[in-house]
Design a protein around this ligand. Structure first.
Ligand code: 6U4
Ligand code: NA
Ligand code: NA
Length: 197
């Protein structure tokens, strides 16, 4: 590969329970749900690009934090893709549909919460004595505006997402590589997280 192209992808995750995704209406990945992001422009840092793309595509501002790095190689492409992933626990502004993306909130289903997450452990574990943090988990349910949200639509997302999203939701810095054929089928992948801090 002669070149690498820098991209960003940003996720707003409220209460570790719901995540804002956008349905891509045009361009790369049309018809898939994803975070908000795009190319890093010349003269921008990846963080600046991520903040700009989140504003352009969802209409909101958020205190984004770098939470992972992905590297994609595609058969026949003249460049590989380096994607910096960002997350935020809060945002300001009004979530708005744009020409490129239709935003929607999804609930983070249990399969995507690793067992190291105390919230999941508390949910699955009826013997709370075994979990010193369980008493903290008995407060009110996360705010969902009273409506049940759909689960994250993994089948309408890039194939790599199910492997690294649990790492993102567990707040561990992650890295990964996925190799795709020319039809966007994922052939090989490898993902790993830094030790929990
Ligand atoms: P322009 O040409 O300016 O409209 P731009 O918005 O800069 O495009 P776009 O929308 O093509 O870029 O960005 C692609 C988005 O898709 C980025 O957020 C990165 C993300 N992406 C690409 N491959 C991915 C993959 N395999 N898994 C994933 N996200 C991917 O989760
Ligand atoms: Na984009
Ligand atoms: Na762009």
């Amino acid at each position: 590969y002669k070149k690498v192209k820098l991209y960003t992808n940003a996720f707003v995750i409220l209460n570790d329970a719901k995540v804002l995704l956008g349905y891509k209406k045009r361009g790369f990945g049309t018809g898939l749900w994803n975070g908000f992001g795009g190319k890093v422009d010349p003269g921008e840092t990846p963080l600046q690009a991520a903040v700009r793309e989140l504003e352009e595509e969802a209409g909101i501002e958020a205190p984004l934090e770098h939470c992972g790095v992905l590297f994609f190689v595609v058969d026949g492409a003249d460049a590989a893709f380096h994607i910096d992933i960002f997350r935020a626990d809060e945002y300001t502004g009004t979530v708005s549909e744009t020409d490129e993306m239709r935003p929607e909130w999804f609930s983070v289903q249990k399969e995507l919460l690793p067992l190291t997450n105390p919230q999941t452990t508390a949910d699955h574990d009826h013997d709370h004595a075994a979990n010193p943090q369980a008493t903290e988990e008995e407060g009110p349910e996360p705010e969902t505006e009273g409506l049940p949200l759909p689960d994250i639509p993994l089948k309408q997302m890039w194939a790599d997402d199910e492997f690294w999203m649990p790492l993102m939701f567990s707040r561990r810095f992650f890295v990964g590589r996925a190799d795709f054929d020319a039809d966007d089928k994922m052939l090989k992948w490898w993902f790993a997280a830094a030790p929990a801090s």
